[in-house]
Structures are given as C-alpha cells and as structure tokens.
Write a protein that binds this ligand. Structure first.
Ligand code: ASP
Length: 310
C-alpha cells in the first residue's frame, strides 16, 4: 500500500465558524476521517504545519512547505497539501519553482466550503487529491473541482463556484468525472535523471505593478527607492508599456539601469505576452524589459523571486 503524507496548512476546507467568520481549525486527520472512501486506498500520515487563512500565507511558508517536503521525500510515495484557495495558485507555483527532479506527486487541494458544511466540495477534492497522490503523476500539481492542473499553470477563477480553478495556457493534466481521473498526461515538474532537490531561497523584494489607463510611471520610482530587485508589470493585452504622453520608458530604463529585473506580464488570462507586436512592447524590450511569455502572474512572480535568489 502506498504511503502518503498529508500536510495541513488551513484554508476554508478546515474552517469552523467563529465570532468573526470562518477560521481554519480542523487538522488533517479530522479531514480524512470525514472521507470514508479513503479507507484502504493508502496509508496516510499527517503533519499540521500551519493553520492559516491563505491570505496570510507568505514566502516563509512556501519555504516551510519545501523544507518539509525535502525532509520527507524519501519516506513517502506522494504528498497532499491542504491549503486555502485564495493563494493556492501562488503556493503551487512557488513550490513548482522550489523543487526540481520531483518524481512523486505533490498535490495541493482545498475547498470553497468547509468540510463539515452540508453540500461541501471538500470531500470530493480530498478524495481526488489522494487519487492523484497515489498515481504515477510527478511534481507539483493542484486537484480541484473537475481538473488536475500543473502547479505552474493554476489560477483561481471563481470565489464560490466548485470548479474554482482553471489551467492557463496548458491543457489540464487530468479531468475528473465522478471519482474517475482521465489523464491527458502524467507529465509534471519532475525531470528524468535529475535527482530531487529543493531550492528554498527566494528574493522577497519583487512586486507586481498593475497598469491602469493613465497611471503615472513615477510609481516605479517608489520601488527603486525601496530596494526592489524585480518588478512584474501587469500590462495590457500582448504586453508593453505606455510610450506616448504618459511615457513609462524613462522610468523603466532607470529601473533596469539600476539592476532591477523588469518582466512584462499581461492582464489577459489566456495566451500570454508577445512584446514584438507593437512599439509599446518593442521599445520596452529594447531597454531590457523581459517577457513573461505564457506564465500567469502567480507563476511569473514566484519565478522571478526564485531566479533572483538562485
Ligand atoms: N479565505 C480562504 C483561504 O484562502 C478561502 C478558501 O480556502 O477557499 O484560506
């Protein structure tokens, strides 16, 4: 029987009511005890590493998750991480960057409703996560609603709908119908031949700046003065920056000349960035701005945090 380690980090899935609304309180063992279909599927051990609303998750918590994975990698066949949905796509993207050569499934899941609420999605999601954790899948992924998504490609699309996450710019690894997984590919973050390692260093001085029509470029000076090392510009459409009356190019150039990495991402959900199409893109690129390609904001941010530190 496969051995799976379940890491509890909190989120709605583990919540109970309080005076100020839902707070995470239930541990992994309790969550699993409420999903009788798991009996006999695998041997499960538990570690409650956090119990947070995921809006309170920060890079130090990703480092904790990566370290716990590293300590237990050889002891288990797979891992399930229960997590709040609000920042689960950031955590799955961060962990995807921080582990390499991972030949075992590391599966994030959570729920839109607490596991003790009638009609909850939590029980199905936990069961699906364990089905993935006991499969041939490799690397970091997210099992939620009706899909299994590569850890770098997940985005929370709904704040309530049970099919809360989509796979962006890549087909889902699997779709789920009832309790059956139909795999499109087992391919994950693991790379053949490479041995498992974790890279826990992250540069935290990285920010996402969202462009809005008419926003003045001097906002970039703030980040330079504060010692930021990387900026993700969440630009419009195919990417780039305003270059006309409200000209962002001089402030962009100043950042880059001071050694700050600037990556252009897009506010569009699908298709990604192509800086070669318009002057707003080509001129920024000539100054040294990089393209996030097809990465989501979550993946672009965590990749830059990882790349700057390693
Ligand atoms: N606020 C919760 C969290 O992210 C929402 C959820 O888990 O669905 O922790």
């Amino acid at each position: 029987m496969k051995k799976i380690l379940m890491l509890g980090t909190g989120g709605t899935i583990a919540c109970v009511p309080s005076e100020n609304g839902l707070i995470p309180a239930l541990d992994g063992k309790t969550l699993v005890s409420l999903v009788p279909e798991l009996a006999g599927l695998c041997h499960i051990d538990y570690k409650q590493i956090l119990n947070l609303d995921s809006s309170n998750i920060s890079p130090k918590h990703w480092q904790l998750m990566a370290n716990v994975l590293a300590e237990n990698y050889e002891l288990y066949d797979g891992f399930v991480i229960t997590h709040g949905t609000d920042t689960m796509a950031y955590s799955s993207a961060a962990l995807s960057q921080m582990v390499s050569g991972c030949k075992k499934p590391v599966v994030f899941t959570g729920a839109q409703l607490p596991i003790t609420t009638e009609g909850t999605d939590a029980k199905d999601n936990v069961l699906h996560a364990f089905l993935v954790a006991t499969s041939q899948a490799q690397g970091v992924c997210l099992a939620f609603g009706n899909v299994v998504i590569h850890g770098l490609c997940a985005k929370k699309m709904y704040s309530e709908n049970f099919n809360g996450f989509c796979s962006i710019n890549r087909e889902p690894m699997a779709t789920i119908s009832g309790h059956t997984l139909s795999w499109n590919s087992y391919e994950g973050a693991g790379v053949d031949g490479e041995s498992f390692s974790v890279y826990t260093k992250l540069e935290e001085k990285v920010a996402v700046v969202k462009l809005t029509p008419g926003l003045a470029p001097d906002i970039l000076d703030y980040y330079l003065e504060r010692g930021y090392k990387g900026i993700i510009l969440e630009s419009f459409g195919a990417g780039g920056v305003p270059n006309d009356e409200n000209n962002w190019l001089p402030n962009l150039e100043k950042l880059i000349q001071n050694g700050v990495r600037v990556v252009c991402a897009t506010q569009c959900i699908y298709d990604g960035v192509n800086l070669s199409v318009y002057p707003i893109g080509t001129l920024a690129q000539k100054l040294g701005a990089e393209s996030a390609g097809t990465l989501t904001i979550e993946a672009a941010l965590t990749k830059l945090m990882h790349d700057l530190a390693n």
